[in-house]
Write a protein that binds this ligand. Sequence first.
Ligand code: KE4
Length: 452
Amino acid sequence: MADDPSGTPGSPASPAPRSAALFERARRVIPGGVNSPVRAFRAVGGTPRFIQRAQGAYLWDADGQRYIDYIGSWGPMILGHGHPAVLDAVEKAARDGFSFGAPTEREVELAEEILKLVPSAEQVRLVSSGTEAAMSALRLARGATGRSKIVKFEGCYHGHADALLVKAGSGLATFGHPTSAGVPPEVVQHTLVLTYNDVSELEAAFDAHGREIACVMIEPIAGNMNFVRASLPFMKRLRELCTQHGALLVFDEVMSGFRVALGSAQSLYARDLPGFQPDLSVFGKVIGGGMPLAAFAGPRAVMEQLAPLGGVYQAGTLSGNPVATACGLATLKEIQKPGFFEALSASTHSLTTGLLAAAQEAGVPMVGDCEGGMFGFFFPKHAGDFGGGLPQNYPQVMTTDGARFNRFFHAMLERGVYLAPALYEAGFVSAAHTPADIKATLEAAAAAFAAG
Ligand code: KE4
């Protein structure tokens, strides 16, 4: 999620005149012309494309240019845009009413559907954004444990709640510093930022603060560092230390949830670490199907400490919104259909291995990984970096070639392929992407690499 400092704003003039005009107009009335910073293309330079419409695997911008979409609204559009079952559900729900501020059956249905797919949780609370879900899970962990300290990892993004906008302190045991203006240092004084995948830092932190730590929040597959997996030894040790010290392990699966597997990333760790479960889980994106809906979930004993039963306050006017829940429920029904994830994983794997093959053919150092409908890739500055494997943490990601990424991004955009406009962001494939779309993408990549 971090802005790429090596970005080259002001890259080649955009061939998208209407987007350029709209961007100019937007910047007069919206800060930076966007309602979320990453959309402004500041990391990659150039003109952000103003999207007019989408269908299936495709986006069309204001100039009528079609793109194969590998952002999918940053993850939600796992079915592709405009899936008929989702459209029908949303249309019907909208006709029944947009919002009531009262409980509805569909919220119960969606909660039941989520819990069916998340064996680590017994109850779930619906909210409107991933930030809200992560912020609420954090408050719940502090309320449930009576502790203040929290641990996060450099490179992981959990939305923009104050306590989570933190970069590592100068030394291991020192607490974080705000990454954003407007966050008073005292707000982040309890947030400890460690290096992802570093067991020794984890053990030292728990040695120093174990009984004061309310929770450790982690992206199990860090899509905000593009695509970095928490190693099995690291995750195993993290689980052990949280259990030993009475800290809650919070899986931020806003991006990975129902995206990397039907059972989310936690099902992959449970497969490889028998009995593994997080204590709390945070979801978003896919469970809203593209509409404002997120959630946090966990054991009843913890969740029932939330208002109105318990002392941890949490609320939301549009939480469990009737139209958003219809969109999410229809999406979750579709992804459970037999063969859905096998097909999606095959498409994503074909794309990722094809990109790596095209880079190798062109003599360009490139590494990548994928899981389910999520993928990522990096351009190491030297072929042997990271031992030929993937970056394992944020500092290593920082050593990759941002300028090459930006050239590749624009070369692909000009060839009708819309990748994430920042090297720190993951990519997403939908069920609507066909083998022909993957083939066209790989042909564009070969041409992009040939262009240098
Ligand atoms: P939102 O508040 O944006 O719905 O969710 C915050 C969030 C929480 N946790 C994780 C793991 C996330 O990836 C996110 C949001 N992801 C970014 C993309 N990396 C959303 C795109 C944007 O900020 O515009």
